[in-house]
Design a protein around this ligand. Sequence first.
Ligand code: FAD
Ligand code: PYC
Length: 413
Amino acid sequence: MPLNLLKFALSKAHPEPAMFTPRDRLKPSYDAVIIGAGGHGLAAAYYLARDYGMTNVAVLEKGYLGGGNTGRNTTIIRSNYLTPEGVKFYDESVRLWQDLSQEFDLNLFYSNRGHFTLAHTDASLRTMRWRAEVNKHFGIASELVGPEEIQKACPQMDVSCGGKAPVLGALYHAPGSIARHDAVAWGYGRGADQRGVEIHQQTEVFGIQTKAGKVTGVQTSKGEIATEKVLCAVAGSTPRLLHGLGLRSPLYIHPLQAMVSEPMKPWLDPIIVSGSLHVYVSQTARGELVMGASLDPYELHSTRSTLDFVEGLCAHMLELFPFLSHVKIVRQWAGMADMTPDFAPIMGKTEIEGFYLDAGWGTWGFKATPICGKTMAYTLVHDRNHDLIQDFSLDRFKTFALVGEKGAASVGH
Ligand code: FAD
Ligand code: PYC
């Protein structure tokens, strides 16, 4: 190594620029407090500051920024949903994704690949056709394709699946994309921080204080803070915080696991999903295969990962891609998916004045990060649910106005 380079690296005159301002003390009060520095909490903070000039805001994170489901997901971005409410919402998110790297001046490795959802039965082919028709109605590029077109886009796939469950067709969604998940959290976090929002890591919220049905403050591991507005964006920890407020929700928490292979030469351009085989896979810019399976079939508030999962997923991957049998798995992990009965999110105002909820993102919330941030910022500032999230409120479980998105979930259930 050239001596000058070594000197530069060891010199204190050129410190690594910090991405965020270190914060050691909380102020006694803020205009708004956001609980959870995942993509959703940070995106809301960013749009509050950027679009409304609201910067006396604290984002409180019990662990580290992006360390929850945001940094654990398989990064699939798409808008090929089943309900008109869902399609409109996710489509707007896909639109926002496309400009984010430029906006943040940070490479998010946003990569448009095209997305195939494989159908192995007539019943799933029918659902794919249904989704294609709803999507086309809203101007979204989704179409039903046959095995020949799948084989052309992915010659390495054994579309006969060894004769067990042949692929009959697929829903092809051209806008399907992937991105680098932790960079998304950094981009939103840095943008909020630069505008004056305070991000406090290692700061846990234990409870939300209310008086006469209104938010008055939060209790944290670093003391109490006064505020009249709280946005709760804590994914798998939502039931615990709601319980303290006396609010009920139908959320149930299941682990969702994923794993990554050693890097390989590029061979897989599109994103491939098979609900029947419990597989979804894409190849990153570094050449790794990022893979996931179904939810674990039991409620568990933990990020434990299991050997069962790796064995099961490898077996199904080999049914589709037998040539991968010598490839090594290098890492596995789990997140806590906050599942709703209708596979749609819970967003917006609640019966407690000043308490706003962004939850129920289960296995599908990464792609929604930009639009959630935008619509939650609007909702907080105007104290009125943004039009795009009207149908996702917690109330819908009282009025039975569910938004049935189960048929559009990539993850088996
Ligand atoms: P998180 O990123 O989990 O952030 C919540 C934060 O709140 C955490 O950092 C947590 O530490 C913090 N917190 C919790 N309690 C407290 C407290 N009391 N005080 C302070 N902080 C607290 N979605 C897709 O769209 N596409 C995919 O391909 C996809 N794949 C997935 C694969 C896996 C394995 C998993 C687990 C999820 C997947 N998802 C996917 C879902 C997606 O990851 C989540 O819906 C999304 O990341 C949720 O973001 P968030 O910011 O709401 O939550
Ligand atoms: O929502 O597209 C998705 C997804 C894929 C894997 C997990 N979630």
